[in-house]
Ligand binder design. Structure first.
Ligand SMILES: Nc1ncnc2c1ncn2[C@@H]1O[C@H](COP(=O)(O)OP(=O)(O)OP(=O)(O)O)[C@@H](O)[C@H]1O
Ligand SMILES: [Mg+2]
Length: 301
């Protein structure tokens, strides 16, 4: 496990000045292709700066026991926009994503300091209704997580919890979610089969469909397309852009082209700190920090 020592502070202002780590490693998808991304402004990448803030992260630090994994992170997540979280492995992307729906609370010893405001309330307060929070902020994990039940029931499960019991309504919503997640054609004749029998990529799209079905306010995607083939990836990217009209998307990705294609805003993290946050086009074409430029062009990471 990579270390995140207590003193490894890289405040956003000093990260770039501190120079670039000469580790010589490259993130698989962050190679020279990243520069292609700056060639044109992809549809959906430009966002007016007047977007409302739905999640306002203020001086957030997070500890796995003694291990400080997030250091004083401050950034807004804008409503009805796609925000990409990028940065080298171990920099804290998943950790930040899991703060948004308090997944960390499932394990003892984890601790947050700072705030995340949603509708004026700090969602890190002990009194927050975690079940309600998790249904408002749905998460699609890096690895698919099908429930041990049929394909249909995987999607219907959350809908039933929301008191949707009518069979026709359930069937319609299950189909809609599976279509949106680009899975319907492959499973429409296998709805009663156990979801464990689906391929990895199909299970991933099933997880997306399951989260989507309950219409959360915010969808948190953690490298959710990394195991998908190009066609499914394209469909999920299209879906994310389409979902913006009714949801807010936060997507962790190692794929710079994907970040450039789908997101309105991008945040670069490094060893637990936020290096730079800005409109995606700015991050890819004229970032403020040298580290950002080097990361998005594949020169480190
Ligand atoms: N359960 C845990 N207990 C202790 N430390 C952890 C735990 N999970 C993650 N960490 C540490 O927290 C830091 C951030 O990890 P995190 O998983 O958020 O990184 P990441 O940016 O998502 O990386 P990747 O791109 O590899 O998924 C790392 O140093 C990691 O080792
Ligand atoms: Mg991760």
């Amino acid at each position: 496990m990579p270390e995140t020592p207590e003193d490894a502070k890289v405040p956003s202002g000093t990260a770039a000045k501190g120079g670039t780590p000469e580790n010589g490693t490259k993130t698989e998808n962050a190679g020279g292709r990243a520069s292609d991304a700056s060639g044109g402004t992809p549809a959906g990448a430009r966002a007016p700066d007047d977007a409302e803030t739905i999640l306002d992260v203020k001086n957030l630090s997070f500890y796995y026991g003694e291990n400080k994994a997030l250091i004083d992170v401050t950034l807004p997540i804008r409503k009805n926009r796609v925000t990409s979280l990028i940065g080298p492995s171990g920099c804290g992307k998943t950790t930040l994503l899991r703060c948004f729906n308090r997944m960390h609370d499932l394990y003892p010893g984890n601790r947050y300091t700072g705030e995340i405001f949603m509708n004026g309330a700090n969602i890190l307060e002990k009194s927050v209704d975690i079940i309600a929070l998790r249904s408002a902020l749905g998460m699609v994990f890096q690895k698919p997580t099908p429930f041990p039940m049929s394909v249909f029931d995987n999607i219907a499960y959350g809908l039933k919890l929301k008191n949707i019991k009518n069979r026709n309504t359930l069937a319609e919503k299950v189909e809609k979610a599976l279509r949106d997640a680009a899975l319907w054609e492959e499973v429409k004749d296998r709805l009663k089969e156990n979801a464990a029998g689906l391929s990895g990529g199909q299970q991933q799209r099933l997880s997306i469909a399951r989260t989507l079905a309950v219409e959360p306010l915010v969808m948190l995607f953690d490298e959710s397309t990394s195991a998908l083939d190009p066609i499914s990836t394209q469909k999920i990217e299209d879906l994310m852009v389409e979902l913006k009209s009714r949801m807010t998307i936060v997507a962790v990705t190692h794929n710079m082209q994907q970040a450039a294609r789908i997101s309105d805003y991008t945040a670069l993290m490094y060893i637990g700190s936020l290096v730079e946050y800005d409109v995606t086009e700015t991050i890819f074409t004229r970032p403020k920090h040298k580290m950002t430029e080097e990361y998005v062009s594949g020169r480190f990471g």
